[in-house]
Design a protein around this ligand. Structure first.
Ligand SMILES: C[S@@+](CC[C@H](N)C(=O)[O-])C[C@H]1O[C@@H](n2cnc3c(N)ncnc32)[C@H](O)[C@@H]1O
Length: 431
């Protein structure tokens, strides 16, 4: 397909999102099914255009003074792709499958490119309703953090220490431009290609054999901060598809016991094949059965309980820009209640002297420091390590600027650390 025809297709998909209010991945899939002539390169390029438009939706709408999908696309080409007004116009020729030429009004807004008086939520490209929450979390850095969350993410891999070493995998994946990550001890990073095209990892033998896993560097650091050690009894209470479980098992060198469960059994489905592929032997998956607690026997018995809590996922917007517009204000309150509940549940399974780790991929205080403070207020037998202690115990002293300014706990952000946003707090149950 001609690049202009891809832009037309992306506008069509943005219109579909607007009218049917459904996830971008569903709309893209349906578009592919009904346009079978489009090859994989076309589909990837169209998806990248749609996601770029979602990343810069607030800025594009403000720039173009319109919420129309076509205006979003024009604005996004200027803001996310740095196209000049002439370049944008060259795609909107109306010839063949290209979108119709710009109207005088569209041309005027595009050429003025005026964001000078835009509010912070437009400059940072986050939903208006989140503006007070961003200001509360980041103060003067709200725009910078929003902008970093609106950027494209690189592809991060974790070398599976059960099967390979980082130097081996660095050499194995050199042709993809792999580099060592800045903070994660087993991390490799592969930059995105032009126009957001990622590396074809599925075709790599190292990936097929479980020597590397896809995992954002922030998530890898969160797992490393847990200090899971060989021989320990560990519970991963919100294991989902097993991203953290695999990292914890590798840190334990397959020794000791690691229990993985989740309140939603369907979410555990991918974990079985992932464990197999990664050569993990010390994990027992406990899927929920009816109302019975599948880990009731572990109460008061675990050296370490990891709570990778359900959250709004604000920290993952770089990879999932659709989510920032789909999350509604009510979701935040709902998440907070879920987080309090899962913290209470997790605490019961920690042995005296054991550790409880609270992790979210959110950056909002309401889901992080506030939940931690509420938990500590109700549970005098737990105390929270300070950030410097947590970093030095995990051998991650180099992680500058990670101490949360709002209380104990650590905050990794895309603007400061160039990783997905995460919050991590290490709690100790007094002996
Ligand atoms: C952030 S996701 C987990 C991601 C996963 N740990 C990973 O690294 O791939 C949060 C998970 O918590 C689960 N969850 C929500 N409430 C829960 C509860 N009360 N007990 C256990 N799991 C819960 C959700 O079903 C969801 O799968």
């Amino acid at each position: 397909m001609h690049p202009s025809a891809r832009i037309s297709a992306a506008i069509e998909i943005l219109e579909d999102l607007e009218t049917r209010r459904r996830p971008a991945s569903d709309a893209l899939k349906d578009w592919g099914l009904s346009h079978r002539f489009a090859g994989s390169k076309d589909r990837a390029a169209i998806a990248s255009l749609v996601y770029d438009a979602l990343r810069r939706r607030a800025g594009a709408r403000y720039l173009m003074q319109s919420e129309a999908p076509r205006a979003e696309m024009i604005g996004a080409l200027a803001l996310a792709r740095d196209m000049t007004a002439d370049e944008v116009e060259s795609h909107f020729s109306g010839v063949g499958h290209a979108p119709a030429p710009l109207t005088d009004e569209e041309r005027a807004h595009l050429r003025a490119k005026n964001l000078a008086d835009a509010p912070d939520w437009v400059l940072g490209d986050y939903p208006e309703w989140l503006a007070p929450h961003f200001a509360r979390a980041f103060g003067d850095e709200a725009v910078a953090e929003g902008r970093a969350l609106a950027a494209r993410a690189p592809l991060d891999l974790r070398v599976n220490a059960l099967k390979a070493t980082r130097p081996e995998m660095l050499a194995e994946l050199a042709h993809l431009g792999a580099q060592t990550c800045r903070f994660a001890p087993f991390g490799l990073r592969i930059a995105q290609g032009a126009a957001g095209r990622g590396a074809a990892l599925d075709a790599e033998p190292a990936y097929a054999r479980g020597m590397v896993e896809i995992q954002d560097e922030g998530s890898q650091v969160a797992a490393a901060l847990c200090r899971a050690a060989p021989g320990e009894k560990v519970l991963d209470l919100c294991a989902g598809g097993g991203g953290k479980t695999l990292a914890l098992a590798a840190a334990m060198d397959n020794q000791g016991e690691l229990f993985a469960t989740d309140s939603d059994g369907r979410r555990l489905t991918p974990i079985f094949s992932r464990l197999e592929r990664a050569g993990v032997k010390n994990v027992t998956v406990r899927a929920p059965r009816g109302k019975a607690d599948p880990v009731a026997d572990l109460e008061g018995a675990c050296d370490l309980v990891v709570i990778d809590a359900p959250c709004t996922g604000v920290g993952t917007w770089r990879r999932n820009p659709d989510a920032k517009w789909r999350t509604r204000p009510g979701a935040l309150e709902q998440r907070q209640a879920g987080q309090d509940e899962v913290l209470r549940r997790g605490a019961r399974h920690v042995r005296p002297g054991g550790r409880l780790v609270y992790v979210t991929c959110s950056l909002l205080r309401e889901e992080n420091e506030d939940r931690l403070a509420a938990f500590l207020g109700e549970n005098a037998d737990f105390s929270c390590e300070n950030a410097a202690e947590t970093l030095s115990r995990a051998g991650l002293e180099g992680l500058d600027g990670a101490a949360s300014p709002h209380g104990p706990g650590l905050r990794l952000t895309p603007a400061r650390h160039d990783v997905d946003g995460f919050f991590v707090a290490l709690l100790q149950r007094n002996g």
